[in-house]
Unconditional design. Structure first.
Length: 172
């Protein structure tokens, strides 16, 4: 599987990406000593990482970072990582839309549905994936192979993320 090259990211930027993908607030990101950020600098730091990575939204960034294995797990255990859920087609469209950088209002308009209907779909998607935030839904969606890589970047293959290699135990 060939996905785009990984740009040079500092340890601070990598940590911030992991926190963003976990659904952390700006206050939580600033409070993390590894990000080395003040509260007022978090938004501009996120914007700079979006530019560096070529991503459009924090949800797109979460998907991109998971595909690049910067983010390797969900914040809380999710059954979706053990048993792949069968999502309704609309929920799959929403998940892939988020992973591609589309915002919830953009998807609402694309689908021609009411915002209240989209809220219901979003809540149902989070529930089915056993997560509590949209960034975590995207992370779990990529890790659970529910999101094809070309949803994240059209130049990437139309296949899910391959499972991470598990190191083999060495016999004594």
């Amino acid at each position: 599987m060939a996905i785009g090259p990984l740009p040079n990211l500092t340890a601070s930027q990598r940590r911030m990406i992991v926190l963003v993908a976990a659904g952390a607030s700006h206050d939580q990101i600033a409070a993390d000593p590894d990000t080395k950020l003040q509260r007022d600098d978090v938004r501009s730091a996120i914007d700079a990482v979006l530019v560096t990575t070529g991503t459009r939204t924090v949800l797109h960034l979460a998907a991109w970072a998971t595909a690049h294995r910067i983010v390797t797990q969900s914040v809380h255990p999710s059954g979706a990582l053990t048993i792949k859920p069968q999502l309704a087609p609309r929920l799959t469209q929403i998940l892939c839309g988020w992973a591609s950088g589309r915002s919830t209002p953009e998807l609402t308009a694309d689908f021609g549905i009411a915002p209240s209907t989209m809220r219901g779909y979003s809540k149902g998607l989070l529930s089915q994936l056993n997560v509590d935030s949209q960034p975590q839904a995207v992370v779990v969606g990529v890790l659970a192979q529910l999101v094809p890589l070309n949803s994240i970047d059209r130049a990437w293959p139309a296949e899910p993320l391959a499972p991470a290699a598990v190191p083999r135990a060495v016999a004594p």
